[in-house]
Design a protein around this ligand. Structure first.
Ligand code: FMN
Length: 143
């Protein structure tokens, strides 16, 4: 099993329809290729954890994500083998109080909510916790 974690910025502030479109595309594609993980968005900054077979994860990253003009400044933080997955599906998290219009997106986590945030990170490996915690700190999600 393999995982790839990257951070990036968005060139555009995503409009409601656009983010719903991206999330729906991701869900379908990632499910089809058995890619699990987590996509966190806060004020234009993004952290994306992708897990799956190395070939599938790399195909998604190099053939789609890194070529997507809605992304910029992509930086890979980790690209490595893992023993097992940390996530059972692929989910999205954002601060719901700052993005109320996105609240209709099914199955999204509210990373602005401390309880939901703790529930999200508690079961994860120390390595993932520290990356997600850093993303939260740098973006001042919990101040
Ligand atoms: C921030 C961001 C994250 C994305 N994450 C994924 C993803 O996890 N899975 C996916 O299939 N597409 C994702 N996409 C969309 C792809 O970049 C691409 O637009 C989509 O896969 C359609 O590609 P195609 O036009 O080559 O078919 C993401 C796009 C953006 C802007």
């Amino acid at each position: 099993m393999h995982y790839l974690i990257y951070i990036s910025n968005s060139k555009l502030s995503f409009l409601n329809d656009e983010i719903i479109g991206i999330v729906n595309t991701c869900r379908l594609y990632n499910k089809k290729f058995n890619i699990t993980g987590l996509f966190l968005y806060h004020d234009g900054s993004m952290l994306h954890v992708l897990e799956g077979e190395k070939e599938k994860v790399h195909e998604l990253y190099y053939n789609k994500l890194s070529k997507d003009k809605r992304h910029k400044d992509l930086i890979i933080l980790l690209d490595d083998e893992i023993e097992k997955r940390s996530f059972t599906d692929w989910s999205v998290g954002f601060n719901k109080s700052q993005n109320r219009e996105w609240s209709d997106i099914e199955g999204c986590l509210d990373i602005g909510n401390r309880n939901e945030f703790s529930q999200l990170i508690n079961p994860l490996s120390p390595e993932l916790v520290s990356i997600i915690q850093s993303f939260s700190d740098v973006n001042r999600i919990h101040i």
